[in-house]
Each structure stands twice: as structure tokens, then as C-alpha cells.
Design a protein around this ligand. Sequence first.
Ligand code: UDP
Length: 195
Amino acid sequence: MDKVNILGIQFDNKTFNQFQNEFIKKINNHESTFVVTANPEIVMAANEDPEYMEILQNDADYITADGIGIVKAAKMLNQPLPERVTGYDLFTWLMQLANERELRVYLIGAKPNVIHAVQEEIARNYSNIQLVGAQDGYFKEDLNTIAKKIERTSPDLVFAALGFPKQEKLISILRKDLTPALMMGVGGSFDVFSG
Ligand code: UDP
């Protein structure tokens, strides 16, 4: 089975390594790709917010099981998923890939001091990344305006750390515009990454 349905969310039945291989292909082809790393809170929220559910069902290209709670639920439904695939693990791997390949990265989210610390960490340990945008997540503009701003920088990778559902709502706009980047909501990952 390719997908495992948990409360309306179609999880991809893939290992971390299989996701890596698919994402590398998408990045090589400059395909617009929307990745959601869904934890139990996200599944519950989508069941209470039709707009969010619509985004996860119709706009997302991949949904990973972010947390052991999802893996356990899948097992209980007799449709096991191979392993958990967290947003943070995918984020750090993609940042390493971006560094190796000198990719264009746009970061949006977290508090101003956190995004500043993330920029410092990139300068220290990921200095080949072309950081085309780094902005905090407490902006006044609407999501459409922010999406246009991101598109103008022609990123290869977009990471939105705005918490759910805001991060997925922003990426769904970019995905509908066919922005040729791999895009992922990463929750609190910038806070962790910045140390
Ligand atoms: N955040 C943001 N803008 C907002 C709300 C939250 O940038 O309007 C950031 C917050 O600073 C944190 C990240 O979103 O870095 C994740 O927040 P939270 O832990 O609440 O979300 P979750 O990880 O549970 O999705």
C-alpha cells in the first residue's frame, strides 16, 4: 500500500531513505514539491479546520509520519508505516544537501533573535548555502504578499517555521503558484537548529 489513511490524512508509506531519494529527484528536476511532516496534533487540527484538511488532502505532495504516535496509530489500524520521519531530521538533512550543492534556501519563521542565530549557524557550518531569504515569523503582511516575496528570490528550498496551520497555508499558496522549490513546514525546528 502506497498510502496509509489516518483520520483523513494520507501518509506516505515510505522510509526516511525512500523520502530522501524522492526529494533528491524532485530537487534535481526543479519540481514544485510540498512536504508536510504531520504529527498527531496536525491530524487532529485538520479534522477541525476544513481549510487545513483541504490543503493536506489536495495540495501536499508528501505527508510523513512525524512522531511515534502516528506510527503506533498506523499499526493499530493494521496498515503499518515503516518508521517515523520527523520534520527536524528532514530539515537538517536538506540543509546538509543544500550546503553540498550550494542550493538557494529561503527561511521564514521563528522569533527575530532565533532567525538571527540560525543565520549565524549557517555562516559557521553551512557556508556554501545561498541564503536568499531569512525572515522572522512575526510579519504584518498577509500570506499572499509573503509568498510573492519568496517567489521573487527563486529558491530551491523553502522552510517555513511558523507553526501549523500557518506554515502549511503559506506553502499551499506557493505550491498553487507552482513555485519550483521543495517546500516544507518545520514547526519549531529553527529554535532547535539555532542551539
Ligand atoms: N511562530 C512564528 N510565527 C507565528 C507563530 C509561531 O514564527 O505567528 C514560530 C515560533 O516562534 C516557533 C515556531 O513557529 O519557532 C513553531 O511554533 P510552535 O512550537 O508553536 O509550533 P509547532 O512546532 O507545534 O507546530
